[in-house]
Design a protein around this ligand. Structure first.
Ligand code: ZN
Length: 565
């Protein structure tokens, strides 16, 4: 299918009809038959020259025309595949600007027990995971809390043995200070009724003196150390599942906070035609020298797999009171948070970032607290001073999360052209408890999308998957409503920072593309760009905002190929 399309594309290209389109002009041969047409759609193009349309024509991997239904009709001939969008929204494919794709993919095969309140559900979740594993593979995961079970009963291996006859199992309690092993895992670990407790650990026993499977503190190591890291084959399988998740949610590009090791797997999947999302790999800044030595700079790669960005950390997180602020935490007045070790001693981050920038690598730094953000902006300003104006394409410096900002820093953010790579759905969780931690005044410029846009800062949206689900609808919903998970902010938490649905979609498509230097090839539904497109099941702009989160993707198209329908 891909090859036929490709051949057709080349044929048309050879005939010269596509040349003006590839040159960016909107004129084309009106009778060129399309491979694929989407019509009867509410197309939101994210292209200001033509924001709305009804239909799209695609040849090969690219969009060739966008317009009204009648204007696209001439592109349809007997071999054109035609998709009727039935009045639903059609958008550029989503580009998640910050995911941990391998962790996210592996999480799909972990047992999640955080919301489980009964023994039956506990076993059901385990059984569902086991179905996706091979015999002998470890069942891992956790998040359980026995306080939630009737009578606060401690789980035992009997809860899970029946559904795990052929797989060892280890499930952490949510705090990771204890966990549950099944009989197979106890057997492999050599734990029986005679095994003594290790120093600092406890093996729980039943009335007959047999181990129950629950192990505390140091005893958890008996089992945990036996769980092998995922093999390349398991990683490949997980990434395939992650790509299926991306197709289901209309994510046609993602920017992977990567360890570089998975690049080999992405290449393998590209070669076998299984790669259904375009990947921008952002690797650890501590390893920038290996990129420099290999001659890699920003935008290295092809249209499917690219790299050349490096990422560091300025601070920690708000939840663990390690996000770095200028003033102390309201609920922990003895601390203002912590610099990440990469920032220490002072100037250490600059010592990596300046040569990385000089070598043409893009720099992305995690910063949550207002001081961490300020320090990184100041560092970028210093790099610009030392390294000069930088490449003609721009540096596209990024701050990942950019969660809490001092009002004074919005202008600096804009002046340096720094991109705010943000995850709007984090707002829904943070809004429940952030004011307790930092007070109302500081919270007013938290997840400050409106202020950033009004100051001229470019936004790129994503999820931080697996921290929150990969589903972009949750992010659009949070950006538009600023609702919180506890339902206590019906008009939105800090409602002044809401943005429009159109702005949120732009941040999630063209904004993310800009953040990885590909906004001329994707991120909007524009003739000449890649046909990376999602068709939804409803008209997003006419849904009540609180229902945006429930909208589903009906069809995902990547490079002109329908990959989910
Ligand atoms: Zn992250």
């Amino acid at each position: 299918m891909i090859f036929t399309r490709h051949a057709a594309y080349l044929a048309v290209f050879a005939a010269g009809t596509l040349l003006p389109i590839l040159g960016g002009a909107q004129s084309f041969h009106p009778r060129a038959p399309a491979d694929l047409v989407i019509h009867h759609a509410k197309v939101f193009t994210v292209d200001r020259s033509q924001p709305e349309a009804e239909a799209i024509a695609i040849i090969g991997e690219r969009i060739i025309a966008v317009g009204t239904d009648p204007s696209i009709d001439p592109f349809i001939d007997s071999r054109t595949r035609v998709i009727d969008a039935r009045g639903a929204s059609v958008l550029p494919g989503f580009n998640d600007s910050h995911v941990h794709f391998v962790a996210g993919s592996l999480s799909l095969n972990r047992v999640e027990l955080g919301d489980v309140t009964t023994r039956e559900e506990f076993a059901r979740r385990v059984a569902a995971t086991v179905k996706r594993l091979q015999k002998g593979e470890w069942v891992v995961g956790g998040g359980w809390d026995h306080e939630k079970f009737p009578g606060a009963s401690m789980p035992t291996r009997e809860w899970v043995d029946a559904v795990t006859p052929d797989n060892p199992l280890w499930l952490n309690r949510y705090d990771r200070h204890m966990g549950l092993a099944n009989s197979a895992a106890l057997r492999i670990a050599g734990i029986d009724r005679n095994t003594p407790d290790p120093p600092g650990g406890l093996i729980l026993h039943d009335a007959n003196g047999n181990p129950t499977g629950a192990l505390k503190e140091a005893a958890t190591g008996f089992v945990q150390r036996l769980i092998p890291p995922p093999s390349e084959e398991q990683l490949t399988r997980a990434i395939r599942q992650g790509l299926a998740e991306a197709r289901r949610f209309g994510v046609t590009s993602f920017q992977d906070i990567s360890h570089a090791t998975e690049l080999r797997i992405y290449q393998k999947l590209l070669a076998t035609g299984e790669l259904t999302a375009r990947i921008y790999a952002i690797t650890p800044i501590e390893q920038y020298q290996s990129q420099v030595q290999a001659g890699i700079s920003a935008c290295f790669g092809n249209e499917w797999i690219r790299t050349g960005a490096v990422k560091g950390f300025a601070d920690g997180s708000l939840g663990s009171t390690t996000a770095l602020f200028f003033e102390p935490y309201n609920d922990a007045p003895n601390t203002k948070g912590l610099f990440n070790a990469m920032m220490l001693p002072e100037g250490h981050m600059l010592q990596m970032a300046q040569p990385a920038d000089a070598a043409g690598l893009q720099i992305a730094i995690h910063a949550i607290g207002d001081r961490a953000n300020h320090e990184i902006l100041a560092m970028y300003e210093e790099i610009a001073r030392r390294n000069g104006p930088g490449p003609a394409r721009g540096r596209h410096w990024r701050i990942e999360h950019a969660q809490h900002l001092r009002p004074d820093d919005f202008d600096l953010f804009a002046r340096l052209g720094v991109i705010a790579s943000m995850q709007p759905y984090h707002e829904a969780g943070d809004g429940v408890w952030a004011e307790k931690r930092i007070g109302h005044e500081r919270a007013r410029t938290t997840h400050a999308w409106r202020s950033l846009l009004d100051h001229g800062v470019r936004l790129a949206f994503g999820t931080d998957w697996p921290v929150v689900p990969l589903n972009p609808m949750l992010g659009l919903y949070a950006a538009v409503t600023r609702a919180t998970l506890d339902g206590k902010n019906p008009n939105g938490w800090i409602p002044e920072e809401k943005i429009s649905l159109a702005e949120a979609i732009e941040a999630y498509t063209l904004g993310s593309a800009y953040a990885e230097f590909t906004d001329e090839q994707k991120g909007s539904i524009t003739p000449g760009k890649f046909a990376d497109i999602v068709i939804l099941d409803s008209d997003l702009f006419h849904l009540p905002p609180e229902r945006i989160k429930d909208a589903k993707v009906a069809c995902t198209i990547v490079a002109g190929t329908v990959v989910y329908y």
